[in-house]
Ligand binder design. Sequence first.
Ligand SMILES: CC(C)(COP(=O)(O)OP(=O)(O)OC[C@H]1O[C@@H](n2cnc3c(N)ncnc32)[C@H](O)[C@@H]1OP(=O)(O)O)[C@@H](O)C(=O)NCCC(=O)NCCS
Length: 162
Amino acid sequence: MSDIAPQAVEDLLDAAFGSDRFERTAYRIRKGTDAIPVLSFALVDDGAPIGTIQCWPVAHRGASGTATPLVMVGPVAVRPDLQRGGHGRVLMAHMLAVAETEADGALMMIGDPEYYGRFFGFGADATGAWDLPGPYEKRRLLARATNGHAVPVGAGMIGPRL
Ligand SMILES: CC(C)(COP(=O)(O)OP(=O)(O)OC[C@H]1O[C@@H](n2cnc3c(N)ncnc32)[C@H](O)[C@@H]1OP(=O)(O)O)[C@@H](O)C(=O)NCCC(=O)NCCS
């Protein structure tokens, strides 16, 4: 990622999600945090990014004040004209392999269970009592254990780990 112009990645995200993407709940969850370098990277073709994945340090905060670290996955994006060609799976598979030794919390994301459940083991079973700082569909709030970190199942607000 380091040798790619950050603006090129931003342009790719605009193309995949639209330039109003900053209003999304996902952006509010991780507001003020920096991407985790070892879990954030791009697929590059001829010097230009064609796919990108970023992960962020967030936390689940229960009513008692207990904070459990989580790693938020996303955005995951592939250039629109190259979608459905396996690039998303390559990005996710590499991130998951690194997370198995590097992630300091379970993984969570807002995404389509038909994709992230089917291929990558994410599910919404454990997240039913969670809350987010903005609108979301419960079925799209997904989580997955990794690196020995279980998914916290209790009630709690998901927000930035600062
Ligand atoms: C979602 C995304 C990252 C997937 O990457 P991709 O390279 O297009 O997909 P892949 O080639 O890895 O996977 C293709 C398979 O997944 C399925 N698939 C892709 N996106 C899907 C989705 N949103 N829901 C359900 N299935 C999906 C395809 O039907 C295909 O299945 P098949 O092999 O049975 O035909 C990409 O399409 C994208 O950038 N979409 C727009 C941004 C977005 O919604 N990002 C996810 C939220 S963070």
